[in-house]
Design a binder for this molecule. Structure first.
Ligand code: PMP
Length: 446
């Protein structure tokens, strides 16, 4: 069969576009725009921090796709590990105490790298499943402890926890909840202050609250840092009130912030941790919920029968094998230290952009997670009536950089999270493109 060199797939580009429009309902996407313009890109290859599309155009993947491709694209070792595992044992169940080596090895490895006594893992296929598992688990836990009325889940405004029913219900960002009508009961939102959490406990009663959940740094909300000492205070409020603390490390886990896990930046150890994304760097679908030794022991001691929760793909052997190799690469190549060092370079670059541009307000970052605020007035921080982030993102794309603009809930923010193996030269290239894109977008306005 002859393969068209310009489009290294079996069908021509126009046909792919038509098939995409007709048959492919894209996740979290502008549905009308897809019908008008077709897919923005059809990617065919990835290498390091770069993605290549069907026309051969190379773009910097400035958000590591969905904050997940931590080790960068095109690592053949992961493909090899997956192929070997699939050829040997592609799948076997982990229900009913059946087990296999990749899941056992990965569980042990996770226990080794997570802080404190977070030593036991329940596997899922992604972040939403992890959070839904965590919500069911904490309620199950309190039920076993003789307190079934302890069932409310508290999350923060502007949080994102995924799109499964529980995860959507816990998500503080309103547009994700407004997508549908009925959501899960017993989910509540507080402002990001200890006072707001205290007031909530006061009003509702600690005996009705199962858990508090938070991202160490809010990602989808716009790379929002917690107030200073916020988590230490929240953790002690949780302890005082017998409320379990769930850290949603789906983005911040596996080196993103310059430490293995985001909570390490804030000096706390949660009771439960949700992970996904960076656990395989996106090379396979995997997530997990990691629980403390105390919770694990209580679950065993108080068990009233079967642990009635499990996904077909809990502990998928191929995904676990890929995760193990991915973690080995993160460690052997010093990618957590690189995240810290390159994160500092990225933030320095953001500061140069801030000095240069009238319309750049606050810039912030931790490890390779960063944000630039767009403002009309630098002094007051006032926003443009019409957010500028979408046109800056479009200008960046024209110049070969993919990143995201956040405009919900009054934001006008550019966010970035490149792969952890980015080098100094590549960071500088990103900064240069952002600088030019801001200039271009601004000149379009005036
Ligand atoms: N939690 C957080 C903090 C996330 O950022 C995400 C995904 N962006 C999720 C949960 C949901 O993960 P998934 O999309 O794998 O279900």
């Amino acid at each position: 069969e002859v393969i068209n060199k310009a489009a290294p797939t079996k069908r021509d580009y126009e046909t792919l576009v038509e098939l995409d429009k007709k048959h492919f309902l894209h996740p979290t996407s502008p549905i009308k725009q897809q019908q008008e313009d077709g897919p923005a890109f059809i990617f065919t290859e990835g290498n390091g921090i770069y993605l290549k599309d069907i026309h051969g155009q190379e773009l910097i993947d400035g958000l590591s796709s969905l904050w997940n491709v931590n080790i960068g694209h095109g690592r053949k070792e992961l493909g090899q590990v997956a192929a070997e595992q699939m050829s040997k044992l592609a799948f076997s169940s982990t229900f009913a105490t059946f087990s296999h080596e990749p899941a056992i090895e990965l569980a042990a490895k996770i226990a080794e790298i997570t802080p404190g006594d977070l030593n036991t893992v329940f596997f899922t296929s992604g972040g939403s499943e992890s959070n839904d598992t965590a919500f069911k688990l904490v309620r199950h836990y309190w039920k076993l402890k003789g307190q079934p009325e302890k069932k409310k889940i508290v999350s923060r405004r502007k949080s994102y926890h995924g799109v499964a029913m529980g995860a959507t219900s816990a998500t503080g960002l309103q547009p994700f909840r407004d997508f549908t009508t009925s959501l899960a009961p017993d989910f509540y939102y507080v402002e990001s202050t200890p006072e707001s959490f205290r007031a909530f406990i006061e009003a509702e009663g600690a005996e009705t609250i199962a858990a508090y959940i938070s991202e160490p740094i809010q990602g989808t909300g716009g790379v929002i840092m917690p107030p200073k000492d916020y988590f230490k205070e929240i953790k002690s409020i949780c302890e005082e009130n017998n409320i379990l603390f769930i850290a949603d490390e789906v983005i911040t886990g596996f080196g993103r912030t310059g430490t293995y896990f985001g909570v390490e930046q804030f000096g706390i150890v949660p009771d439960i941790m949700s992970v996904a994304k960076g656990i395989t760097s996106g090379y396979a679908a995997l997530g997990g919920v990691i629980i403390s030794e105390k919770i694990h022991q209580d679950l065993i001691d108080l068990s009233d029968g079967l642990f009635m929760h499990g996904y077909t793909y809990s502990g998928h052997p191929t995904a676990c094998a890929v995760a193990l190799k991915n973690i080995e690469i993160i460690e052997n190549e010093g990618l957590i230290d690189n995240s810290k060092a390159m994160g500092e370079k990225m933030l320095e670059g953001f500061k140069r952009i801030q000095d240069k541009h009238e319309i750049v307000g606050e810039v912030r970052g931790l490890g390779l997670m960063g944000a630039i605020e767009i403002v009309e007035d630098k002094e007051t921080g006032e926003r443009f009536a019409e957010p500028l982030a979408p046109s800056i993102v479009a200008e960046s794309l024209k110049r070969g950089l993919i990143h995201r603009g956040v405009i919900y809930e009054g934001a006008d923010t550019l966010i970035f999270a490149p792969p952890l193996n980015i080098n100094e030269e590549e960071v500088e290239k990103m900064i240069q493109i952002i600088d030019e894109a801001i200039t271009a977008a601004k000149s379009n306005v005036k």
